[in-house]
Ligand binder design. Structure first.
Ligand SMILES: [Zn+2]
Length: 476
């Protein structure tokens, strides 16, 4: 969808094409674009002369002779093409304006979400769509009105910015960019944004939009300004479309979440979430003491859940057992004790592990989500050994990794798995996976010491996390 910089670029590209041109004839191929007022529209445009083009938010405003105004919103895919009269119309031409210089302007819109409105100088700003818009960002000099308005807005800041009601100009791409530069988590409730932060948001909005306009907008999927011109700002995007890549500022892995249905990329380190509840995942090497860390959170009265416990509980349910037996085509006679039967089956059919995980991971995720939703705790903590394999990292605000050196790891494991010779390779693979993900961890606990060291490190992290919420461990 074209955003403000793209519409500004389109405006600048179109102006020399249409300025002082008179419309000889209009063809409407899709009535819904002109609100089904085909005849009125033709009459309105007939013989009108283009005098100027301006922009309000993402609306193009064509100023015509006789004080007429044509307002055009490009929807998702709308484009204007200038073509010679003897050329074929563009592929998705919905409205064709035949001009007095043997050329035509095709409004092209494959998805037909675009709209055109007829109005006049004295009333176009009053049409419903324009009347509800906030001010243009470049005109904002004082943020007091934003601070005041935002007290009444009970939605995440990203949603409030996209609404265009506080001020116009930020769509999905640039809202992500501005929040990143302002170091504000996209889910922060709008009423929690301070005056200082509003000033940052407005300043960064102006900067980002100016840069984007100078670069000719971003060509992301659906935007093209005029014929054969495409913007190159997408090469400069810091977070939008960069999920899974490293933050340009701190090198942490960027995360991707949905905010009211809109895909949102942010840096968990530069844009720390500071409103409760905070969702925390504990990952770590095999036998590193993840459960012990989880227990320290539990002892401090926070909501905790262990994925391993969830899996065991799922395996004990008859309907889940039946699903697994069916999915892996396990022969019933082996299944007197389900866990043993499953283990034997996986030993003989190692490739079935992936099938099993595909079935189980979403169920585990559901249980964790439900547990979190039903809790009032300000910290919601889950031990998720397979966080990345289950692709669950994006549902957490904070990830804690528990590390241990190999010698201690093997010492601890020998107590548990004396006989398994292929375990060393398994440990090795798992350790490598952990090391690969170090850049995605918010905190690392080293568990090579004793229990009191583990408790001290964990409680230090809890204090830091609570600090974000202006809380302390004894008050929580
Ligand atoms: Zn960062």
């Amino acid at each position: 969808m074209p955003e403000l910089p793209e519409v500004e670029t389109i405006k600048n590209t179109l102006l020399p094409i249409v300025k002082d041109r008179r419309v000889l004839k209009v063809e409407v191929f899709r009535k819904s674009i002109v609100k089904n007022l085909e005849n009125e529209f033709k009459e309105f445009m007939n013989n009108a002369k283009f005098l100027n083009i301006s922009r309000r938010g993402k609306y193009l405003i064509f100023h015509l002779s006789d004080h007429k105004i044509l307002v055009s919103h490009l929807g998702m895919e709308g484009k204007y093409y200038e073509l010679a009269e003897n050329e074929a119309d563009s592929k998705y031409c919905r409205v064709a304006f035949h001009l007095d210089n043997n050329k035509k302007l095709c409004y092209d819109d494959s998805r037909c979400f675009g709209k055109m409105f007829m109005a006049y100088d004295h009333n176009y700003l009053k049409i419903k769509e324009l009347a509800k818009l906030g001010p243009e960002p470049f005109e904002i000099t004082n943020v007091d009105f934003l601070l005041e308005k935002s007290q009444k807005v009970n939605v995440p800041i990203k949603t409030a910015l996209l609404s265009q009601k506080l001020f116009v100009g930020l769509g999905n791409i640039y809202a992500d960019e501005v929040l990143f530069l302002s170091k504000i988590h996209p889910l922060t409730p709008t009423r929690n944004i301070s005056k200082n932060e509003w000033e940052l948001i407005v300043k960064n909005t102006k900067t980002v939009l100016k840069q984007a306009i100078a670069a000719g907008g971003s060509t992301v999927k659906s935007y093209e300004s005029g014929k054969g011109i495409s913007g190159n700002f997408q090469n400069k995007l810091r977070v939008y479309g960069q999920k899974g890549k490293k933050c340009v500022s701190c090198h942490r892995i960027l995360r991707f979440i949905k905010v009211n249905g809109r895909g949102t990329t942010y840096c968990p380190s530069c844009q720390k979430k500071n409103v409760a509840p905070l969702k925390i995942a504990i990952v770590g090497k095999i036998a590193s003491g993840k459960s012990a860390v989880l227990n320290i959170f539990k002892t401090n009265q926070f909501c905790t859940i262990s994925s391993d416990d969830v899996v065991h509980s799922l395996y004990s349910q008859k309907n889940i057992q039946d699903k697994i037996i069916k999915k892996l085509k396990i022969k019933e006679k082996n299944m007197n004790i389900f866990i043993d039967g499953l283990r034997n089956h996986l030993h003989d059919n190692p490739k079935d592990l992936e099938k099993l995980e595909k079935l189980i991971h979403p169920l585990v995720k559901d249980v964790i989500v439900k547990t979190f939703n039903n809790s009032n705790s300000i910290l919601l903590v889950a031990e998720v050994p397979l966080l990345y394999k289950a692709n669950m990292q994006n549902m957490f605000d904070i990830i804690i990794g528990v590390d241990i050196n190999e010698k201690n790891q093997i010492n601890r494991l020998k107590l548990r798995d004396r006989e398994k010779s292929d375990f060393n390779k398994h440990i090795n693979d798992n350790n490598n996976l952990f090391d690969e993900r170090l850049a995605d961890l918010d905190y690392i606990i080293n568990n090579d010491g004793d229990l009191s060291s583990l408790i001290r490190q964990t409680e230090e992290i809890i204090s830091k996390v609570l600090n974000r919420l202006d809380q302390s461990l004894d008050r929580a």
